[in-house]
Design a protein around this ligand. Structure first.
Ligand code: UDP
Length: 417
């Protein structure tokens, strides 16, 4: 198949750990690579966010990234990108003018808009089947973030519109299917395909980063409040009370888009909190860490904590499991599918530092349990979450969408929504 992916803000070539660069970048890169390995030709369209980027980058023999001029050629926060989706669709459809793809896959709601626009332009002579992965839903974000949600107002109606108009939706976890249903989307056109993990790279064997204290707890991800890193800091005094004081909390990620830690207000908030709680000496902020260093860091931890308020999927727990490390996970969203309570980690209620501390105390005090859960995590990651398996599931969704699309030339009237 010839597959186009659109990932407006999340380039598969970007550095990770900044405010807007995380799981979606990993997902689009790894899925594209896995599909290319299966013999498909994949082109990812993303917004040009720096002047020096070449128009087209050949990532592999069947995998290209195209930087489309859409809005200013510099970083723009993703919640301000909506006005540029028309230009993005223009660039995509220009690239398709010789030969449109067999399917187009939108990642995040705004890419879905651009995908529908490019796929169903009147007068082009083609109608490309559209598959959509939301990665995150505005309804869920609003529920948890309320007034803090900086998404544009239009997301309220445009996102469900993308869901209704797309030929097929890929949900990354079962929880998302319920949310999509609640948005009024026909569940008959939803396929589930989770995110995957690079198992050659994230494994229990290999170098282990050095550590300075008896125990290390690891938190990895973009430093945004909803990731709940403050809750892990709040768990430290409870752990101390429980007798675990020689514990280091290593926090990976953050530093905003500049990558400079001091420039990140969330870093200051977390360090102030640690100081107020008297645990500043136990908290180490590492900032953004390159992919190559991640497996060694995971392996150096006794436990990885993922304590988000909500989580559309969450690739970090999979990476931890693949590296043989037990995960303390808030029982929300995708984490309920990936982390098996008392199987590959421990579930805790969301926003509950005491529960996080109890779960950590259980793990830190019991090396045999850590080994058992860690080993089970490796097996689970290997058997269920290889990118090849995820690509095979995604391929099925593409085939369904391609088969369901009306045959022949169907130019649509006006905008697709
Ligand atoms: N990550 C990284 N370096 C960092 C911070 C994060 O490589 O400094 C990676 C992390 O290993 C994972 C991804 O960014 O692959 C975060 O994905 P996840 O789905 O957990 O969170 P999201 O950012 O999508 O909310």
């Amino acid at each position: 198949m010839r597959i186009s992916m659109i990932s407006e803000h999340a380039s598969p070539l970007a550095a990770l750990g900044g405010v807007d660069a995380g799981g979606q970048n990993v997902h689009v890169a790894a899925l594209s690579e896995a599909l290319a390995k299966r013999g498909h030709h994949v082109t990812v369209y993303t917004r040009r966010d720096a002047t020096e980027l070449p128009a087209r980058v050949r990532v592999g023999s069947r995998f290209d990234v195209v930087h489309v001029d859409a809005g200013p050629p510099c970083h723009v926060p993703k919640d301000e990108l909506l006005p540029f989706m028309g230009e993005l669709a223009d660039g995509v459809s220009r690239d398709w003018s010789q030969r449109p793809p067999d399917v187009v896959h939108g990642h995040f709601w705004m890419s879905g808009l651009a995908a529908l626009d490019a796929a169903r332009r009147p007068g082009t002579g083609y109608r490309v089947p559209v598959i959509q992965t939301f990665h995150a839903l505005g309804t869920v974000k609003r529920r948890h973030q309320g007034a803090e949600d900086t998404s544009p107002q239009e997301r309220r109606w445009l996102e469900p519109g993308v869901g209704r108009s797309a030929d097929r939706i890929i949900a990354t976890c079962s929880d998302e299917v319920f949310e999509l249903k609640a948005m009024g989307i026909n569940t008959g056109k939803i396929s589930i395909a989770p995110c995957g993990v690079d198992l050659n790279f994230f494994s229990s064997e290999g170098a282990v980063a050095a550590r300075t204290r008896s125990h290390r707890i690891l938190s990895v991800g973009r430093l945004v409040p909803r990731k709940g890193v403050d809750l892990v800091i709040r768990a430290l005094p409870h752990l101390r009370e429980g007798g675990f004081d020689d514990v280091e909390l290593l926090i990976v990620g953050g530093g905003g888009d500049s990558g400079v830690l001091d420039a990140d207000p969330e870093v200051r908030r977390l360090m102030d909190l640690a100081a107020d709680l008297g645990v500043a000496d136990q908290v180490r902020l590492q900032g953004q860490v390159s992919r190559s260093e991640m497996p060694g860091l995971f392996r150096s931890a006794d436990a990885v904590v993922c304590a988000p308020w909500y989580e559309p999927f969450g690739i970090v727990p999979l990476e931890a499991m693949a590296c043989g490390v037990p995960v303390v996970a808030a029982a929300v969203g995708g984490l309920r599918d990936t982390v098996v309570d008392r199987g590959t980690g421990l579930h805790v209620p969301p926003r509950d530092p005491e529960a996080i501390a109890s779960a950590l105390a259980m793990l830190l005090g019991d090396p045999a349990l850590r080994t058992e859960l860690g080993n089970a995590g490796t097996v689970r990651a290997r058997t269920r979450y290889s990118w090849d398996r995820v690509a095979a599931e995604t391929e099925k969704a593409y085939q369904l969408a391609a088969a369901g699309a009306p045959a022949g030339v169907v130019p649509m009237e006006g905008a697709a929504l």
